[in-house]
Structure formats: C-alpha cells, structure tokens
Design a binder for this molecule. Structure first.
Ligand code: ATR
Length: 273
C-alpha cells in the first residue's frame, strides 16, 4: 500500500494529479491512494515535518509552494537545486528528498514530438516559475540562442541561468520569432479574453520557415491564440497536458521505482471525468 498526495493552496482542489495517479495505480494493479491537501503559505514546513507520521511516502507540490518547500528538504536533485523549486518529494524513511520533474517533463514533451533542439533558436514567453523550468530544459536540450520575452525584461533576465538565454521585451519578439524553431508560452494567458493585448501581439507575429512547434503550458482553452499561430504557420502544436502527463510519469517512477510511460498518463487525462 503506497500513500501519496499533493500540496497546493485552495486551487489544489482542481488539480488533475489525484485523478491521474489514482488511475495509474489502478491500471498497474497497485494498492494505494493519492490525496490533495490545501495549505496556506506558512503551513508548509509544519506539514512536511509531519509527513512521516502521516504515513505519506511521496508528495507532489504545486502552486504556490514549490519554492517554500525547499528549506524543509534534506536533499535536492540538480534540477530542484538549480531552479530553487521542487514539485516532487520522496519520504525516504523520514529523510525528505526533493526533485523537479517539471524540468524533465517539459524536455520529454519536446522530445516526444520528435524535435531535436540542438543549436536551434527558441522563444519563451513568461518570466515566472514555469518559464524558469522551460528555459532550463531548453538549454539542457542544447537549444540556442534562447530568448525570454516578458512584459518586464528585468524579470525575464532574473530567470536566465546564463549567457545562453537572453531577456527581451515583448516589443522585440517579432524579430526573434522570425528564425525560431520553437515557441513556448509559459505565461498564464492563452485565450483572447484573458489578455487582449497578448492576443493582438501573437496575431501579428509572422512565423519564419524554420518554425517546427508551438507549445503552450496551459490547457483547456477553447479559444487558444497560440494554437491559432501554429495553425497559421503550418507548425505543430502541443498544449500543457503533455507536460503534465510527462512530469507525473517521472514523479511516479521516483516514488515507486517503476517506470511508467507518459502515454498511460495521457490516457488518464483523456479519460478524466
Ligand atoms: P508560474 O510560476 O506558474 O510561471 P507566474 O509566476 O504567475 O506563474 O508567471 C506567470 C507569467 O505570465 C509571468 O511572467 C507573467 O508576467 P509578469 O511577470 O509581467 O507578471 C505572465 N503574464 C501573466 N499575464 C500576462 C499578460 N497579460 N501578458 C503578458 N504576460 C503575462
């Protein structure tokens, strides 16, 4: 019997992780549970201290606690250390080990599309935690140069891990986009109603001949202007469900030692209630 869970704030009630992991446990014939826990900032350290007593062997961490968990963890994998954020915890007999499977999950989602990024230009929109993981993943895949575009270029510069990733303003995206192979939206906006300004900017972008893929970290938008851009360019499009499935498969392998194909997690998402 394995006991797993996820911590977040009140939004954790809408997380798809309980459904995905419960589905996979059942499909693999494993006895176990996966529960959601809503915590206020400030309650995180106390909850992690009680993790062994609660009998939880593994935990996911979602917004806004991915950074707050770090000081409570005994060890960090290189990704979690580099990003200063963990989304997966193993309770190893009371020692808490932190990992960041968002990073690998993003890389898996790019690779699953059969796209090699070595030496190719990528343009990333956004300057939050998701953008930080995306940029780190792109550099690990050998992409370059990577441009990070945000409303506040200073904030974009703050998430650059080194000279391979350069911050730009939103007004500079048209030039860079022209010879990009990959565009990733790591902002929280994908539908015109969420940001008319971003919609206008994206609708005005002219894709170059080398554009292969547009990825959006969001999902579930009926009207998605990033998908429109991909269609207009004749490029592939992938929404955030692929990354969600891939990070979940990686977390599951860490907790159980059992390798699971991200495709099983995609199936869980397709069959979600
Ligand atoms: P996460 O940690 O999940 O990435 P976040 O820190 O809230 O979430 O980051 C969301 C990103 O989307 C931010 O970079 C945000 O821009 P700012 O840094 O300027 O706040 C970006 N974002 C949100 N709404 C946006 C909009 N209307 N136009 C452009 N960028 C937007």
């Amino acid at each position: 019997m394995i006991r797993l869970g996820i911590i977040g704030d009140s939004r954790v009630a809408h997380s798809l992780s309980p459904h995905m992991h419960t589905y996979v446990l059942r499909r693999l014939g494993l006895e176990g549970s996966y529960e959601a826990f809503a915590l206020e900032p400030g309650q995180v350290a106390g909850f992690l201290k009680e993790l062994p007593a609660r009998g939880l062997q593994g935990l996911n961490v979602t917004v806004p606690h991915k950074r707050e968990v770090i000081p409570s963890l005994d060890e960090l994998d290189p990704g979690a250390r580099a990003l200063g954020a963990a989304n997966t915890i193993i309770n190893d007999d009371g020692r808490l080990l932190g990992y960041n499977t968002d990073l690998g999950g993003f890389m898996d989602a790019v690779s699953a599309k059969g796209i090699g990024m070595s030496g190719k230009r990528a343009l990333v929109f956004g300057a939050g935690g998701a953008a930080r993981a995306v940029v780190a993943g792109l550099l690990e895949l050998g992409a370059g140069p990577v441009s990070i575009a945000a409303r506040d270029p200073q904030k974009a510069a703050g998430i650059s891990p080194g000279p391979g990733a350069v911050a730009i303003g939103l007004d500079q995206t048209a030039d860079v986009f022209n010879d990009a192979a990959l565009l990733v939206n790591a902002t929280s906006v994908s539908a015109p109603a969420e940001s008319p300004e971003m919609h206008e900017l994206v609708a005005g972008l002219k894709p170059g001949p080398g554009l292969e893929l547009v990825m959006d970290i969001n999902y579930g938008r009926a009207d998605n202007f990033w998908a429109d851009l991909a269609r207009r360019a004749g490029a592939g499009f992938q929404d955030g469900l692929a990354m969600l499935a891939a990070q979940a498969a990686r977390s599951f392998s860490l907790w159980t030692g059992q390798k699971v194909d991200a495709a099983l997690y995609m199936q869980a998402l397709e069959e979600r209630p």
